[in-house]
Design a protein around this ligand. Sequence first.
Ligand SMILES: [Zn+2]
Length: 321
Amino acid sequence: MTTPCLALSLDIEVLDGLMRALHADDPRRSQLLRTLEQAFNAVDVRDVSGTAAGARAILAPVLATPARPSALSVVGVGHAHIDTAWLWPLRETVRKCARTFASATRLMDDYPEYHFACSQAVQYDWMERQYPALFERITERVASGQFVPVGGMWVEADMNLPSGESLVRQLVHGQRYFQSRFGVRCTEVWIPDVFGYPASLPQIFAAGGCDRFVTQKLSWNKQNRFPHNTFWWEGLDGSRVLTHFPPVDTYNAEVTGGEMVFSERNFSDHGWSRNALMPFGYGNGGGGPTREDAGAGPSHGRPRRRTHPGHRHHRRLLHRR
Ligand SMILES: [Zn+2]
């Protein structure tokens, strides 16, 4: 449960992060600073839990202030990018998955609007074999639409070394698993942390039933900045996949005000799209979103934030508003 103190600290964190990210000459910055001061003054340090609600009431109007109509709409989706094989034994990856997915399903009890996107069929397969009670909870949440299978592949495969045949099999085995266990097929390839993007990929993705593609890795290039965040990627045979690089430039976001402002400033395609994705939660080692991430609310004129499953987000990419 969210206590009054935790709720107040989340409100402050969101507004303080937004205030600090705004330029000094932005009137919203001064408005936020004054309102935060008033809220701090309303807290009695000898009785924080008894006075937190009053302070929150002072912050409520600025939290409720809508974004300007032209603001970027940021779709937040909980995520934990878990490297299936990296710096630890495989048996530890299985345990990381169990901890991460248990906490994701638990947060869904408290936040009905919360969605968690989970890729890599092999990680579901591990839960099915080794944590059947947890797998049952995951299956229920997949059915309710909150736990969202994404990616379509067996693992988030490296794209440099494997042959085309190998990548095709990733999709065949992955999609077959998602179809047989959950009755769904993924429509996007989700490889946020993978190196290598050969020109054959759009054709392979399309043949695997995926017409959308998400990655993050190119934003880490030290020499070149890729010119787009949202674009059609056309492969050798003319197949096209709708591609999105989340402008927050990480797959481990924490949903701070600063990240929201950065997403909007960093987004390259305002001319034709008003939507971007923010995958949030601890990745690499796993863990996923915290209660603080899931509870961070909308606020004063910052880019709009919604939580959505990734596939609905992609449909929205094509809309100007
Ligand atoms: Zn990784």
